[in-house]
Ligand binder design. Structure first.
Ligand SMILES: Nc1ncnc2c1ncn2[C@@H]1O[C@H](COP(=O)(O)OP(=O)(O)OP(=O)(O)O)[C@@H](O)[C@H]1O
Length: 463
């Protein structure tokens, strides 16, 4: 069948051993979005179809058993209200009530997405998306559906190898090898970008639960109104718009692991609710009085000084005792210098292959600068810097100027002082990140931005 971005291209699954057994449909009227999302998803999921025209949705949903539908909220008829998204969500759920619908949402439409979740959508993803987040969201939506249908649940794919030859990282790996197979609760501490999420996934894959779900929840991104419904689920009719029963994240993770990221960010009342669930080992859906027992391995993470928070009564000491049976500290990159070059080499290989660039080595002066720089955004910053440099590089050897654009290794004065607005925004964000030692939540506060908005800009500027 000829490939065209205006029609569905193929309904036949591609069977590959590394593929996840999910059938995905993407519906969006933006051809570039379709193209980019499909390119990414087809590397991970067995069948990825796409459709530009939403009118075809009823036919497709009735005839093909999609696990997950990635649905735009606005098509051309009505550019920004999201009304069409709601109508199509309703149609899909009328035809196949158990389809997991993930909404594509422009930044600024988050309130609307929250309403959509209450109306039965599985989740939402902000456009432009972060690849890892999009993959994790689709995986999680698939797992939710699989759990309802008794289908096999798959672990979230991890794209990367975990690098670390420094004594600090060797000690971390040693701890992980001893505790992964136990069911001990683990608390991972570390600045933003130090690899907490990656380590949590790694622990899961090393555990006996690896064939079951790994469910990641960013507690910092869940609004207070959605907290309980998101974590514990709700029953049909629990509130206006609750048109279907909703599986909570704990139930979704049953048998596997749940990763509660940014645990230091939840309010005291929700800390109490979480503690009750962890103590009793059952959840109660919003609107129900039935207890559902859960069997999950708990991994939590935070970039905040949680002991200090507990001392100041900002975090419940009893909850802290529950979650930190084993505490793992991921040191900032500046404290594990031995890892900088191996990581840079690893990312160089990764992006050279991904973008098919000729570059294959790093100049000595670049190595010196990499080791001298403080890396306030830690591994994420290094990864983005190398990715950008590989894309822009001309020759076979990566030079210092390719990585440290207008920014010499250690100094703040190295920031560009021109009047280009984008450059100025980039510089202000870099400075805020430095000032807050790479802490996204604090930098976002400092800049008057939401975390999501800051993440988008960090991505945009490859900071
Ligand atoms: N040891 C490592 N080896 C290779 N890549 C790594 C390593 N640690 C982290 N990364 C990569 O760095 C990026 C940031 O890691 P991750 O998201 O796990 O950090 P984090 O501490 O959870 O960040 P945040 O607190 O901001 O959510 C990811 O792309 C991850 O794949």
């Amino acid at each position: 069948m000829k490939e065209s971005f205006f029609n569905i291209v193929a309904y036949s699954p591609l069977y590959m051993s590394t593929m996840q057994p999910a059938k995905i449909l993407i519906v969006d009227d933006d051809v570039d979005v379709l193209r980019a999302a499909r390119l990414l998803l087809k590397r991970h999921f067995e069948q990825v179809d796409f459709e530009k025209n939403p009118q075809k949705i009823p036919y497709l949903v009735s005839n093909f058993d999609y696990d997950v539908i990635l649905l735009d909220m606005n098509f051309t008829r009505d550019l920004s209200s999201g009304k069409e998204g709601f109508e199509w969500l309703d149609r899909i759920l009328d035809i196949k009530p158990d389809t997991a619908v993930v909404l594509f949402t422009a930044y600024g439409d988050v309130e609307m997405a929250v309403r959509a979740i209450k109306a039965g959508a599985a989740d939402f993803v902000l456009k432009p998306w972060e690849n890892e987040k999009l993959l994790a969201t689709i995986q999680s939506a698939y797992n939710k559906r699989a759990a309802k249908q008794d289908k096999p649940i798959v672990a979230t794919p991890s794209n990367h190898e975990m690098i670390g030859k420094s004594p600090a990282m060797q000690a971390v790996f040693d701890t992980v090898s001893r505790v992964a197979a136990t069911d001990a609760n683990i608390l991972i501490l570390g600045e933003n970008g130090t690899g907490k999420d990656m380590l949590a996934r790694w622990i899961h894959t090393q555990s006996d639960r690896s064939s079951k779900a790994f469910v990641s929840v960013d507690l910092g991104a869940i609004s207070e109104t959605l907290f309980e419904s998101e974590l514990f689920g709700h029953v049909k009719g629990a509130f206006t718009d609750a048109r279907e029963d909703r599986l909570g994240r704990f139930e979704e993770a049953n048998g596997g692991s749940i990763f509660l990221d940014e645990i230091g960010n939840i309010s005291i009342p929700f800390q109490a609710k979480l503690l009750t669930v962890l103590q009793n080992r059952f959840v109660t859906k919003v609107g129900s009085n039935k207890n559902i027992s859960i069997n999950v391995r708990l991994i939590c993470a935070t970039n905040r000084n949680i002991q200090h928070m507990a001392a100041q009564h900002l975090f419940r000491q009893d909850l802290l005792y529950r979650i930190n049976t084993i505490e793992i500290n991921l040191p900032p990159l500046r404290e594990r210098q031995e890892d900088i070059v191996p990581l840079a080499e690893y990312f160089l290989q990764l992006y050279r292959d991904k973008y098919k660039r000729p570059v294959n080595s790093m100049h000595e002066s670049l190595i010196t600068q990499l080791e001298r720089y403080e890396w306030p955004g830690n591994i994420r910053e290094l990864q983005h810097a190398i990715e950008r440099a590989v894309i822009l590089s001309q020759g076979k050897t990566l030079q210092a100027k390719d990585v440290f654009v207008k920014n010499n290794a250690n100094s703040d004065q190295a920031m560009d002082t021109g009047y280009n607005l984008e450059e100025m925004e980039r510089n202000v964000i870099s400075q805020a990140m430095k000032k807050c030692n790479g802490n996204i939540t604090e930098a976002a506060k400092e800049l008057g931005l939401s975390r999501a908005a800051l993440y988008r800009r960090l991505d945009k500027y490859n900071i």
